[in-house]
Design a protein around this ligand. Structure first.
Ligand SMILES: [Zn+2]
Length: 510
């Protein structure tokens, strides 16, 4: 004990001169090795959307280990304490040996390096007994350096990468500036060509390097054209593409074109074991709020946390009594569970569906009815307000820094991380609304989308339902009745069963 303290104070003495340079020095972090208690060389800290990040190459440099990388799929691997640490850009996950550990924020990719959220990744290093602690040396906050451009370059379309995904292909067009406002268009011509036009784009047609195409064969050939001040990228496509979406990223600036393939599974290649993996055998039920977080409260004193828990317990009972599906509750009593922990529970339990149950409130007393939400950047002001209300539960959590600022770019990253489940989440949401419409009274407000923190990071199809408005007297009196809450549970149950049946029939039918 005494020895440790001495080491620490010596180290602090050593840090003081650096601290006093704070005015000019960039913010840095020092890791303390778990095994020896010695300090590693400080490494730079970068700020993105108010959250601290460190670069993988800096970290590996401090530990003096080699990094193996696969630039095409943006993965980096290195070893610390005989543990293999595998990192991928744009995901919430860190692989340690064969274990998957979730971070509340995804890794960022820029300048061919992966940037990790400092707080979350440091906790992982501590937990794995790689570092004992870490110390921030506060200085001037820096953002991740932009990609270096030749000073005189007129080109603003730098590079194209094609990434294979579970349900399609993602084309990432890295740009020198944001094209968010440029009305980039992407469309299919007779299922043979995909055209992407970027107004205001400038590309070096002569020196442009064609990206490697993924093995799935969706994209075959690429043609680059500069037409006046419009860049057109054309791709020869093969096989079915169901939809084309254009998204934008800011770190780095890029235009992302997502090609979604139809949902087909070739039964010839589907072994029984594989089929088992797809089977919906575990459903995670998340009763909103709990404990010190009551959620919204009606004028009559009815609390959201109680309604949510009661409906979830009724639903869980139906599932357990009528099916062989396992139920996992994020909470089964009146306790407080931070939002990030809810998806963590779901992922670690290996859930196949995630349903978060809530009731709503609005300043507008006449607002009423039921709706189901998907995780995506909010489209309407109303939807954004619902998400803000639900996300405000974060204020009651001890460590709020883990969420950072839920800016649009973070939300896009979070949405992208979930794109593999989006189609199924949509189907489930539509099914729930259909059943609510049969069972519940009041207005069917439909399926909507917004940035709900509780859904971020769920690696399974996920939805959030709002059963009604406690601010509306008619909805309140309905939600007060046990019989009505039972109907809500029945409706969600019917939706889950229909979804499960359809999903599993699709798989066995191939
Ligand atoms: Zn709620």
């Amino acid at each position: 004990m005494i020895r440790q303290n001495t080491t620490l104070s010596l180290a602090l003495l050593f840090l003081i001169p650096i601290l006093s340079l704070g005015e000019t020095q960039q913010t840095e972090v020092v890791f303390e090795r778990y095994s020896s208690g010695t300090y590693l060389k400080p490494i730079p800290v970068y700020q993105v959307a108010q959250l601290n990040y460190i670069a993988v190459m800096d970290l590996a440099g401090a530990f003096e280990v080699n990094v193996f990388e696969n630039a095409q799929v943006r993965k980096k691997v290195f070893r610390l304490n005989n543990l293999k640490i595998k990192l991928s850009a744009y995901t919430h996950y860190v692989m340690i040996d064969e274990r998957v550990i979730q971070m509340p924020h995804p890794a960022i990719y820029q300048n061919e390096d992966i940037y990790l959220p400092l707080a979350a990744f440091s906790e992982i290093l501590k937990h794995e007994k790689i570092v004992r602690n870490f110390h921030l040396i506060r200085g001037v906050p820096q953002t991740i350096p932009e990609i270096q451009q030749p000073a005189a370059s007129i080109y603003n379309i730098n590079n194209v990468q094609i990434v294979e995904r579970a349900n399609g292909v993602m084309i990432r067009i890295q740009t020198a500036k944001s094209f968010r406002e440029a009305s980039v268009k992407a469309w299919l011509n007779r299922k043979e060509w995909l055209y992407i036009t970027i107004p205001g784009g400038q590309i070096d047609v002569v020196n442009f390097k064609e990206p490697p195409f993924p093995n799935d064969g969706t994209l075959r050939k690429m043609v680059v054209n500069q037409l006046d001040d419009v860049v057109q990228l054309s791709f020869r496509i093969a096989g079915d593409v169901e939809s084309v979406d254009v998204l934008y990223g800011d770190y780095p600036a890029e235009v992302i074109v997502n090609l979604r393939k139809p949902y087909t599974i070739d039964s010839r290649h589907l072994l029984n074991k594989e089929r088992e993996k797809w089977r919906i055998d575990k459903i995670v039920l998340d009763a909103g709020h709990g404990g010190k977080d009551s959620g919204t409260i009606s004028p009559g004193g009815l609390q959201e946390k109680d309604v949510a828990l009661d409906v979830v317990q009724r639903l869980g009972k139906l599932i357990q009594e009528r099916t062989d599906v396992q139920v996992v509750y994020t909470r089964n009593s009146d306790v407080f569970i931070p939002l990030w922990e809810r998806t963590k529970i779901a992922n670690e339990a290996g859930g196949k569906l995630f349903v978060s149950v809530h009731v709503n409130a609005s300043k507008n007393r006449s607002a009423s009815g039921f709706e189901t939400f998907l995780l995506r950047p909010g489209k309407s002001q109303e939807a954004i307000e619902v998400a803000e209300l639900e996300n405000s539960a974060v204020r009651l959590e001890e460590d709020q820094t883990r969420y950072g600022d839920l800016s649009s770019q973070q939300l896009i990253l979070a949405t992208m991380a979930q794109s593999a489940f989006m189609r199924n989440s949509e189907t489930l949401a539509a099914q729930i609304q259909e059943e609510f419409d049969k069972e519940l009274q009041g207005v069917n407000r439909g399926v909507k989308q917004a940035g709900f923190i509780v859904l971020i990071g769920a690696s399974m199809p996920n939805v959030l339902v709002e059963l009604g408005f406690l601010s509306n007297s008619r909805d309140e009196s309905r939600l007060k009745r046990a019989s009505y809450r039972q109907k809500a549970a029945e409706a969600i149950f019917q939706a889950l069963i229909k979804y499960k049946t359809r999903h599993e029939t699709l798989i066995s039918a191939g």
